[in-house]
Design a protein around this ligand. Sequence first.
Ligand code: SF4
Length: 433
Amino acid sequence: MKRIASYALGCKVNQYESEAIAELFAEKGYEVVSVEDTADIYVINTCTVTNFGDKKSRQLIRKVKRQNPQAVVAVVGCYAQTAPEEMKAVEGVNLVIGTKDKGKIVELVEQYQPEEGVCSYVTDIMHERVFEPLEIKKLANRTRAYLKIQDGCSQFCSYCIIPYARGPIRSRAPEDVLAEVRRLAENGFREVVLAGIHVASYGKDLKTTSLLDIIRQVHGVEGIDRIRFSSIEPNVVTEEFAAAMAELPKVCDHFHLSLQSGCDKTLKEMNRKYDTAKYRQAVALLKKYLPDVAVTTDIIVGFPGETEEDFRQSADFAREMGFSKIHVFPYSPKRGTPAAERKDQLPNSVKQERSHALIAVGEKLAERFLQAHVGKVMPVLFERAVEDGVYEGHTTNYMKVHAKSGQDLSNVILPVRILSWEGEMALGEVTES
Ligand code: SF4
């Protein structure tokens, strides 16, 4: 039996796709092994969100080829899509496939003859209009399932290469989404995370549905207790949207709302489609309808031309929003994007300094968020035992909780009183009240 390893670098969408690719091979009788093992076929789902992502992708390709010099190495994903010639030149690569046609991967690998050298199947993605279905039927973790409902992005933020890697927005048909959610529920999953490259755009291409529609429909699936989204944007959060979230009890009161900068000048230069006033309004609406809501975010520091004053505004805005977690990214120029062409790039030392300063702001806010929950009783969906008799799970507003129990709590929702916290972790006890 031939052995295949399918591995994703980068985001949750890549991880979903790599799981689905592994299943396609398994259905054809291949044995699925880890990327650390010796395999006959390696499928590497590359990431190109930063130049560092490119480097990691190249390193992994070389590593797997060293593990088995006879293996067929197929590279798929964003880096392969945007730089196919560069991929072809990486030693060890046999097939370059890009972000399209992943569903045909078994066929392409089986057809491959080593004497052909490196074969490239990368085609234009910028005019793609159809969502390519890839499904996951079996998952290792049986609590939370990521579900890809959308692909592509048409926002063209000035620092981001993803619209060129993934093409325009394409939404998965609602009936396909629902069929997969039902199957996940039948397999015991209690939580689904609706994921995509730009989930906020869900439905805009189909015109017959919207993000709110699909949330309502997923909400109707019996057996699913919790619904989350990978990331949304402030423009989605209207009064109607926030009110609807509060009326749908399965929707978790945690939203990842990308901010990227808390300075209007920088937001404009980033070509983000909102300003701080709009963002502030979105957070206020979420807080109005969901009093315990957690808002997490991503912020880039050291964007070209960002002055000390711009950075100060950004940090002040983050404090004002009271995020429960901030993912801080020092700006990294990405070839092929307008921001990378700018002459006013900042030195790494400035980016590092601002990054440390904003991480410190984020840590303070996270502590404040955890502290505010001490004494509260909250439902926790337990996922797994982390040590003997200690279980880990999450509240609806995405606090990670550890609690002791003599029983197996995996995949069980129980009320937990939050007693204290340590680092990013809340410590609690299971209670019946
Ligand atoms: S919204 Fe902006 S940052 Fe996000 S994938 Fe699209 S272009 Fe990139």
